[in-house]
Design a protein around this ligand. Structure first.
Ligand code: S3P
Length: 445
């Protein structure tokens, strides 16, 4: 596997020494990444000014903000608060050159959908990881809607969007359970003549649908079918909950360090995103939820995790889409659980920021933990990881997962290429330190 660490400047490695006392404390994790991207895109296409608190200010979401600004949208940022001056559905202007979306698959796929309906041409590209990720799944249905989206013969970025096409609605069955693909088609559906109908093979995160409703453009769902008509979006204020995908690393930390007791406040608990809780509870985790409230159509709550020994399980396949980003953390939980944990039906993990099935198996093997891969998942046999140096392959969630593996290991774990942790969780090492999880970040190379 090649090293896909992205970005300029020096490499960042993490060193985690095993902890000898419980993790304790109360923390907040940064805002939800999926919702942050969507708010920027939808509020930019709305009429009026939307205020957004709790915005995740990370490398990935900055790529979306920068793309919208380069198409003429005024976005004013003060810390984690954004004022987004919507340009309206037809108010964007042609970007001066290629829109570089860095490491961010969500920016690329959602913007393909939004840009397919514009009156101007645009080109999207990204870093060495993003230009390897599959885009045909998005380009094909957009072209079936009469867009003109050209990608490489390998089905990857860069993508050239001709623009100035009259989009037609389609009735489309998604070949993969992908919220990014669904969202791209919903965004294109806003520009299409007629009613766009999308059928999902399994429910995926529904933030786009909830936000469209929040911006006064209702989307209808009936079973697996989602329908959207072309329409106008109205600006609205929003608070973005903490990202459960970031909280997952702390949930697992609390599960694996004896005596731990952690409270993570204000975490998004959208039913399509909370399967990590179900999976960890099936493994025996002690996680409780309190202070459930709703903000802008999204539920959020405080999560408390207390140490309790875990058991290996066979992860129910129907829980996979709802925890797709949490498997790096969950498979580290598995390496501290008694017996074997089996993951199947997760072939999408092969096309994330890295091939996460390979990246996890390689890293776990280096620590001496038995891991067996198959095309759609892996099995991990619990034990005690040993001292090791592992590579994150430039993948933020693999980097955080192996920092987690170091907590109860027999010796220090060094994780190489952790710079991309900033794509989703700026301040990760500081947040970890607050609860007694020491991660030394060293600039190398
Ligand atoms: C996301 C959807 C998922 C997820 C990604 C974010 C989104 O990807 O893995 O991190 O914001 O819609 P897929 O749509 O490829 O499943």
């Amino acid at each position: 596997m090649s090293n896909s660490s992205a970005g300029a400047g020096s490499r960042v490695d993490y060193l985690v020494n095993p902890v000898d006392r419980p993790l304790q404390g109360r923390i907040r994790v940064p805002g939800d990444k999926s919702i942050s991207h969507r708010v920027v895109i939808l509020a930019s296409l709305a009429e009026g000014v939307s205020g957004c608190s709790g915005f995740l200010d990370s490398a990935d979401t900055r790529a979306t903000v920068s793309a919208m600004r380069r198409m003429g949208v005024q976005i004013i940022q003060e810390d984690n608060y954004l004022s987004i001056h919507g340009a309206g559905l037809h108010g964007l202007s042609a970007p001066p050159d290629i829109l570089d979306l860095g490491n961010s698959g969500t920016s690329a796929r959602l913007l393909l959908g939004a840009l397919a309906g514009q009156r101007f041409a645009s080109t999207l590209s990204g870093d060495e990881s993003l230009v390897r990720r599959p885009m045909r799944r998005v380009a094909d249905p957009l072209n079936a809607m009469n867009a003109e989206v050209r990608i490489t013969p390998q089905g990857t970025l860069p993508a050239q969007i001709t623009g100035n096409r009259r989009l037609r609605a389609i009735d489309y069955e998604l070949p993969v359970a992908s919220a990014q693909l669904k969202s791209a088609l919903l965004l294109a559906g806003l520009y299409a003549e007629g009613r766009t109908v999308i059928t999902e093979p399994a429910p995926t995160r529904d933030h786009t649908e909830r936000l469209l409703a929040h911006f006064a453009c209702p989307v209808k769902r009936s079973g697996k079918r989602i329908t959207i008509d072309s329409g106008v979006l109205q600006a609205n204020d929003i608070h973005i909950p903490g990202d459960i995908s970031s909280a997952a690393f702390f949930l697992v930390a609390g599960c694996i360090v004896p005596g731990s007791d952690l409270l993570i406040e204000g975490v998004g608990l959208n039913p399509t995103r909370r399967a990590v809780l179900d999976i960890l509870k099936l493994m025996g985790a002690d996680i409780t939820t309190s202070n459930i409230v709703e903000a802008a159509g999204e539920p959020l709550a405080d999560l408390r995790v207390k140490y309790r020994p875990l058991q290996g399980i066979s992860i129910p396949v129907d829980l996979v889409p709802g925890a797709i980003d949490e498997f790096p953390a969950i498979m580290v939980a598995a390496c501290y659980a008694a017996g074997e944990t089996v993951l199947r039906g997760a072939q999408e993990l092969r096309v994330k920021e890295s091939d996460r099935i390979q990246a996890l198996a390689h890293g776990l093997e280096r620590t001496g933990i038995g891991a067996e891969t198959r095309p759609d998942g892996l099995s991990v046999t619990g034990g005690r990881p040993g001292a090791a140096t592992v590579d994150s392959y430039g993948d933020h969630r693999i980097a955080m997962a192996f920092s987690l593996a170091g907590l109860g290991a027999a010796g220090p774990i060094t994780v190489r290429n952790c710079k991309n942790v900033d794509t989703s969780f700026p301040g990760f090492t500081g947040c970890a330190a607050e609860v007694g999880w020491e991660i030394k970040a060293a600039h190398a190379g």
